[in-house]
Design a protein around this ligand. Structure first.
Ligand SMILES: [Zn+2]
Length: 298
């Protein structure tokens, strides 16, 4: 008995002291709702092609980036490459190379936009944009000059896929090779982010545990007073047909209206959570002017 109590104490102490570095993207409207896909097979395709990279390299890099996130045994999330897709399609996730006007932060090498329900946190669709308007990309394994603003395309895309599945930037990173892939910066020629780290895997498998429903990064806050007592429901308040016919008819009509609203399929559509676009790269990290490394935001 005493030993089991000790085990409980140790467990409680270990949970209390549990520190995680990974962060989940949260709903803009409710900061206790973390974002996640409900399906485990996620299609993705290519839209606007790269003006810098060979198409075969692009396909290989994109596939390698998605593949990284389906490798750990603790998850069963999978990704399906569907080839070239129309830019206007909103039923498939896209990787887009932007060589014209870049409408986002100029120091962002790439970013991921997700469309999700603000009230349910379910991600519907996502687009990864690569900033070819400002930066150069290549396969750094074939040679790369760290003095230039040139970035490894696979490393950049692997980070962005982390956003696509609902992860945000980790706050704990020290600009060393063992940093999580979800650290918010990438250095020129850096390939470390091609492979996900233990911290990334913890976030991945919390959100998409193998054989289990999606996990959540936050708990819904408890109500201050969860009980409401002696609340009557129903429509039996009329005192009698003759004495209060008008009230009875009014309540009957009210009940009919309530039932009709509950059963109306069109109304159900209206009741669905609104969708809102949000950037997954709203990093709070700002680059210090004393940095010597020309790392860029991801
Ligand atoms: Zn990022």
């Amino acid at each position: 008995m005493r030993r089991s109590a000790l085990y409980v104490c140790v467990l409680v102490a270990s949970l209390a002291g549990e520190a995680r570095a990974f962060e989940c993207k949260l709903s803009e409207q409710y900061d206790y709702i973390s974002l996640a896909w409900t399906k485990r097979s996620i299609p993705y395709g290519l839209t606007t092609p790269s003006v810098q990279l060979d198409p075969n390299l692009v396909v290989r890099s994109v596939n390698d980036a998605f593949d990284q996130w389906s490798r750990p045994d603790c998850t069963d999330i999978r990704f399906e490459f569907v080839g070239d897709v129309d830019k206007e399609r909103d039923d498939v996730n896209k990787v887009e190379f932007v060589s014209g006007a870049w409408d986002h932060a100029s120091d962002a090498v790439a970013l991921t936009r997700t469309t999700y329900g603000v009230e349910d946190g379910i991600i519907r669709v996502a687009t990864i944009e690569v900033n070819e308007a400002t930066y150069q990309f290549l396969d750094a394994s074939t040679g790369c000059s760290p003095d230039s603003l040139t970035y490894d395309i696979t490393a950049v895309l692997t980070h962005e896929v982390g956003h696509l599945i609902g992860l945000d930037h980790t706050k704990f990173f020290t600009r060393v090779p063992s940093d999580p892939t979800m650290a918010p910066e990438v250095a020129p020629c850096e390939m470390d982010k091609r492979t996900i780290e233990e911290d990334d895997i913890e976030g991945l498998c919390l959100l998409y545990p193998a054989g289990e429903p999606p996990g959540h990064c936050k708990r819904i806050p408890a109500q201050a007073d969860p009980y409401v007592g002696n609340t009557a429901f129903g429509c039996s308040a009329a005192r009698g047909w003759d004495s209060d016919h008008g009230s009875f008819m009014f309540l009957a009509l009210l009940c009919a209206l309530i039932l009709a609203r509950k059963l109306s399929p069109s109304d159900n559509v209206r009741r669905r959570a609104p969708l809102r676009r949000g950037s997954s790269c709203s990093t709070t990290h700002s680059r210090s002017s004393s940095h010597t490394s020309p790392s860029k935001k991801l």
